[in-house]
Design a protein around this ligand. Structure first.
Ligand SMILES: Nc1ncnc2c1ncn2[C@@H]1O[C@H](COP(=O)(O)OP(=O)(O)OP(=O)(O)O)[C@@H](O)[C@H]1O
Length: 294
């Protein structure tokens, strides 16, 4: 099956032929015609040692030029999906198509165009920031120029630290270096497993800026536990629970469809106090209303 240049709408038709029904994410959202980058097709992963089914019959589409967040609690199966996407673990059944190539038959070619930022940094304490980029660059993109190296350092705001040993960097700096490595050689598909884990709010913001900057040229997939992060960064959010897709769509769509709003519980001292609170809340947001009062 060749799905190299098909659009979201043509994929719908294609998928219909194969399964007889639309995948859950396609049912819930209409796309703006972005080309498809990655397709998970009925993907299942069962770990043989503990017989745990970490991902169950998951069908999901990721688009080029978009950021998609895989959002879920611990154990939802996010890292397992990333591991299958990068070819670390083979699926138990189902397959993944990346830029028209099947992971079962074209893994080497897929890896040439893929960048990965693992959950835990794979860095060497005794090498400098610059040496890391040169090392990974020589493996991934031998024709990488000095200009591109400097651009990468600048993009992740590490130019001033390029001659420092990684052992002397903060957690946030290490994370930014790992992200820079994942984008070496203009990777067409980039997967990032919790790119902001363990970083302070300032570094988190910087990482968001980096991802938004690189979004245009690739299919970008990242995992997170944080709804706020998924909302700020993503074009689409896929919510996972126990290895299954619960819903998927643009943040605004999910909010509109599933959002319940917020509830505020107050202990009042007097009736006048209650009236003042209602006035104050309706001043802050016209949607606020009192559900009950005792
Ligand atoms: N190598 C493994 N062998 C056996 N079971 C595993 C393995 N890796 C993960 N699991 C199990 O698969 C399930 C999904 O784990 P996974 O790490 O994919 O979830 P996650 O959403 O990434 O969690 P977290 O947010 O904690 O990283 C869990 O129940 C986990 O215990």
């Amino acid at each position: 099956m060749n799905v190299h240049y098909i659009t979201a709408s043509s994929f719908k038709a294609l998928f219909f032929i194969y399964t007889g029904s639309l995948p859950p994410d396609e049912r819930s959202v209409s796309e703006g015609g972005s080309p498809i980058g990655v397709i998970l097709m009925s993907l299942t992963k069962e770990y043989t040692d503990n017989k745990k089914t970490a991902v169950k019959d998951l069908s999901l589409t990721f688009y080029k030029g978009q950021i998609t967040a895989l959002l879920g609690v611990n154990g939802a199966g996010k890292t397992t999906i990333i591991s299958m996407l990068t070819g670390l673990y083979p699926p138990s059944s189902g397959t993944i198509i990346i830029n028209g190539r099947d992971i079962h038959t074209d893994l080497a070619a897929i890896r040439m165009e893929m960048g990965v930022c693992p959950q835990y940094d794979v860095l060497f304490d005794t090498l400098t920031v610059r040496e890391h980029l040169l090392f990974y660059g020589s493996v991934k993109a031998p024709l990488w120029t000095k200009k591109q190296l400097h651009q990468a350092l600048e993009d992740v705001d590490l130019s001033h630290h390029q001659f420092k040993h990684v052992g002397a960097l903060s957690g946030g700096m290490k994370r930014r270096l790992s992200i820079a490595i994942s984008f070496i050689g203009n990777s067409k598909t980039v997967v990032l497993d919790e790119p902001t884990s363990g970083v302070d709010p300032c570094s988190r913001r910087r990482i968001w800026d980096i991802l938004l900057k690189y979004r245009a040229d690739c299919t970008l997939i990242f995992t997170t536990h944080h709804l706020d992060e998924a909302e700020v960064l993503s074009d689409r959010i896929a919510i996972l629970q126990q290895g299954q897709l619960r819903c998927c769509g643009p943040p605004s769509y999910l909010k509109e469809t599933y959002g319940q709003g917020y509830s505020l519980t107050l202990i009042k001292k007097s009736l006048t106090c209650e009236i003042n609170v209602v006035i104050l809340l309706s001043y802050i947001t016209s949607n606020a209303g009192m559900t009950w009062s005792i």
